[in-house]
Write a protein that binds this ligand. Structure first.
Ligand code: FE
Ligand code: FE
Ligand code: ZN
Length: 279
């Protein structure tokens, strides 16, 4: 089984999102838990959730990959930002429990000059405060491009955060193809090497989801500008190889490509064609 979908625009309710994804041809999706710039989350509507759960059950959806707001920065040097981020993270995880057993992805953070070590320490401390043994949601650290003072560009940084977190079974990784490419991992010429490196440092068992993007820039550029599949520097050949790689089989693939609906329909179709060819 394979799971493909896209990051949906902020929508009114879960049922609407599931229906939107069905129309695009997908069987998983990502969504912002609240306005991507932060702010208040919508009230949970139990009726909406029930209708939504029915749709995803009937259509065999894979795990969803919710995305934290971009403004979240657990290890900012500003106390206000740190506190806001911690509150949002805790509240989002609670809200995720209304749709049990899915994933919640966030950018580890930017240390804003305090240094990587200090940043990693703060991120791990917050996770230890917030994660609870009873939760069904797996929280995912996203691999980053290394823009500015971003933490999580190297697999080692991700691993260091994970090592310091106690509830390890509540924590995992979301691999963003554009980000690791921009971060310096050559998935075009050395995919197996990069995957082996991921396995050696982080462990493939900790990989839960893929953000499936092409990149506007060269490997190692640290830019983080996503491109449509096949129109960027990673290219369709390499992205197809990634889609078909056994290390990623069965994981939700989420498109975060600059597209309109027509573009997403096309990319989802293309992905499905690749998977069917294989069988
Ligand atoms: Fe992201
Ligand atoms: Fe991403
Ligand atoms: Zn990105």
């Amino acid at each position: 089984m394979y799971y493909i979908g896209n990051h949906l625009p902020v929508a009114n309710g879960y049922e609407v999102m599931a229906k939107m994804e069905l129309e695009l041809g997908g069987n998983t999706f990502a969504f912002f838990t609240r306005n991507p710039r932060g702010g208040r989350a919508k009230e949970i509507d139990i009726k909406d959730i029930q209708k939504f759960l029915k749709i995803i059950d009937e259509n065999g959806f894979g795990r969803l990959v919710a995305h934290a707001p971009y403004t979240l920065n657990l290890c900012s040097d500003k106390e206000k930002t740190r506190n806001f981020s911690k509150e949002v993270l805790a509240d989002d995880i609670k809200r995720m429990e209304y749709i049990p057993g899915n994933y919640y992805n966030f950018h580890p953070g930017s240390h804003t000059g305090q240094g990587t070590e200090k940043g990693i320490g703060i991120i791990a401390d917050v996770l230890n405060e917030i994660l609870s043994p009873g939760q069904t949601t797996i929280v995912l650290l996203e691999t980053m491009a290394g823009k500015g003072t971003e933490i999580g560009r190297t697999f080692e940084e991700i691993k260091e955060i994970m090592d310091r977190v106690t509830l390890k079974d509540k924590l995992g990784v979301c691999l963003d193809t554009c980000h690791i490419w921009d971060g310096g991992y050559d998935i075009v010429n050395n995919l197996d090497g990069v995957i082996n490196e991921f396995d050696r440092v982080i462990g493939l068992k900790n990989l839960y989801a893929i953000h499936f993007n092409d990149s506007k820039n060269e490997c190692g550029s640290h830019k983080d500008r996503h491109e449509r599949i096949g129109y960027g520097k990673i290219g369709a050949v390499a992205l197809k190889r990634i889609a078909l790689h056994p290390a990623f089989a069965g994981k939700p693939f989420i498109l975060e490509t600059p597209n309109d609906d027509k573009g997403y329909i096309h990319e989802i179709e293309m992905f499905k064609k690749w998977m069917e060819e294989k069988q």
